[in-house]
Design a protein around this ligand. Structure first.
Ligand code: MN
Length: 224
């Protein structure tokens, strides 16, 4: 009998998680694919502990609002002010975390598998004068974020590119964002993203990041 109940419980849990709206994605590469710049253990923990917690907390918050369960993560974040007050904080933190990490996994790629195209290079140079100046500004945004947060390259509604930094899991598609824009490149500067390998040397992690940017995906997002 105990066995039957246990099996039923397992089936129900599996059913529930398959119906849950927001799902943890798989990585488009192996955990070890970004070595030596980001280590395999960090990638595993980052996805299966940190990102998974954001997804679970978001789904849990939406349980009592069936009418919100078919909304995409983008719809939830851009329509933030219309959400019930009691779940706004969870959607901001965990929903933001889910969106940010889904983007982050995609704009990373194993070293030397992509490079900046001529078109993307032109777009960057137009708004930042040179690739080096662009990288320097991005690195400063990532390094100077106090505490936890992100550095972003965003495309403003005007089409212009801009570098910004946000605290916690905020991003620039959120209704509450001061500057609205579409993120096309992201760097997670929470300690969980780098501490195992880099300890307190955030600057070294930021420098290493350039080796594993998926420029093909960045350009796809830019053109989209
Ligand atoms: Mn993270």
């Amino acid at each position: 009998m105990k066995q039957v109940i246990l099996t039923l419980a397992l089936i129900l849990t599996a059913l529930f998680s398959s119906f849950a709206q927001h799902k943890l994605p798989g990585l488009p590469y192996k955990y070890s694919a970004l070595e030596p710049f980001v280590d395999s253990t960090t990638m595993y923990i980052h996805l299966n502990n940190h990102h998974a917690a954001y997804v679970n907390n978001l789904n849990k918050a939406l349980e009592k609002y069936p009418e919100l369960q078919n909304k995409s993560i983008e719809e939830l974040l851009t329509g933030f002010n219309n959400l019930p007050a009691d779940i706004q904080t969870v959607v901001r933190n965990s929903g933001g975390g889910h969106y940010n990490h889904m983007l982050f996994w995609k704009i990373l790629a194993p070293a030397k598998t992509t490079s900046i195209s001529e078109k993307m290079e032109k777009a960057i140079i137009k708004d930042f004068k040179s690739i080096d100046a662009f990288k320097a500004e991005f690195e400063t945004a990532a390094a100077s974020r106090f505490g936890s947060g992100w550095a972003w390259l965003i495309k403003l509604p005007s089409g212009k590119l801009s570098i910004v930094s946000t605290a916690n899991q905020d991003n620039n598609i959120m209704q509450i964002a001061e500057i609205k824009g579409k993120p096309i490149l992201a760097l997670d500067v929470w300690e969980h993203a780098y501490y195992l390998k880099y300890q307190s040397k955030r600057a070294a992690y930021i420098k290493a990041f350039w080796n594993i940017v998926n420029w093909t995906e960045v350009e796809r997002l830019y053109n989209e």
